[in-house]
Write a protein that binds this ligand. Structure first.
Ligand SMILES: Nc1ncnc2c1ncn2[C@@H]1O[C@H](COP(=O)(O)OP(=O)(O)OP(=O)(O)O)[C@@H](O)[C@H]1O
Length: 253
């Protein structure tokens, strides 16, 4: 395990990104991103289509391997070859645009699967914790149904509960409402909003500007793979600095 040298002074930092680059062949998607996310902080990653938001997020749990640069999660260098990827993924939950639930498992079994299989949590404990989580996302009564019987919004809420069941320190959300019918967006955003009150660190790629403005502590605005702005929602939405952000907001708001 490679700990960051100045880890002792950085104990409040959950995610530390240093000069992150990612290329796909000749395509330079991330071009030197550096930022820190503090424990309990909620950051919204926004920017034009193709600016590298999802790639940035996916680097944070090594779904994409950075081409260059370092990422530390809780002080652990996840870009080090010696890093145990499975351990990191336990600590960094991810919710995708599409829900990726197991279709042949009930809602409850979807939520208990990883804790039991990966962490060897006792079945009774895993079920109780899963029921508590389903209760939190408003789906306790759906515990025994199969995903095919759920709406998109309900599926996404199960996906969030499933991710939380691993008790991650950091939660990554990759456009969690983009695949939903408009009337279901709100119920998922409400669950995410509740989550922000629990002290968990969250990084959210989103096109929901109202949500980002209301809920995020910080806005990271990406433009062509660079961190063009790193500001509070108030600063960013009221006084964007770059022309690109101004143009983007004119379109989005
Ligand atoms: N696995 C991959 N192989 C090749 N190119 C990729 C891959 N993943 C992403 N890209 C390219 O990288 C660029 C950035 O993609 P990314 O999905 O990170 O952008 P984004 O800002 O999240 O976009 P959107 O808002 O449209 O989802 C795009 O040009 C995309 O085609």
């Amino acid at each position: 395990m490679h700990l960051k040298e100045d880890y002792n002074v950085a104990v409040d930092v959950a995610v530390d990104v240093e000069d992150l680059h990612k290329s796909f062949g000749n395509l330079k998607v991330l071009q030197g991103i550096s930022t820190k996310v503090n424990k309990g902080e909620v950051v919204a990653i926004i920017g034009p289509s193709g600016s590298g938001k999802s790639t940035f997020l996916r680097c944070m749990n090594l779904l994409e391997t950075p081409t260059l640069g370092k990422i530390y999660i809780d002080g652990v260098d996840i870009t080090s070859r010696k890093c145990d990827i499975m351990k990191i993924r336990q600590n960094v939950g991810m919710v995708f645009q599409h829900f990726h639930l197991f279709p042949h498992k009930t809602v409850l079994d979807n939520v208990t699967y990883a804790p039991m299989k990966v962490k060897h949590v006792d079945k009774g404990v895993a079920r109780q914790e899963a029921l508590d989580l389903l209760n939190k996302v408003g789906l306790a009564e759906k515990a025994n149904v199969y995903p095919s019987k759920l709406s998109g919004g309900q599926k996404q809420r199960v996906a969030i509960a499933r991710s939380l069941a691993m008790k991650p320190q950091v939660m990554l959300f990759d456009e969690p409402t983009s695949a939903l019918d408009p009337e279901m967006v709100k119920e998922v955003l409400e669950v995410m909003k509740d989550l922000t009150q629990t002290g968990i660190t969250m990084a959210i790629v989103t096109h929901e500007m109202g949500f980002a403005r209301e809920v995020a502590h910080r806005i990271l605005f990406l433009d062509q793979g660079r961190l063009a702005e790193d500001a509070t929602p108030k600063e960013f939405f009221n006084k964007p600095q770059s022309n690109r952000a101004k143009q983007f907001l004119e379109k989005m708001l």
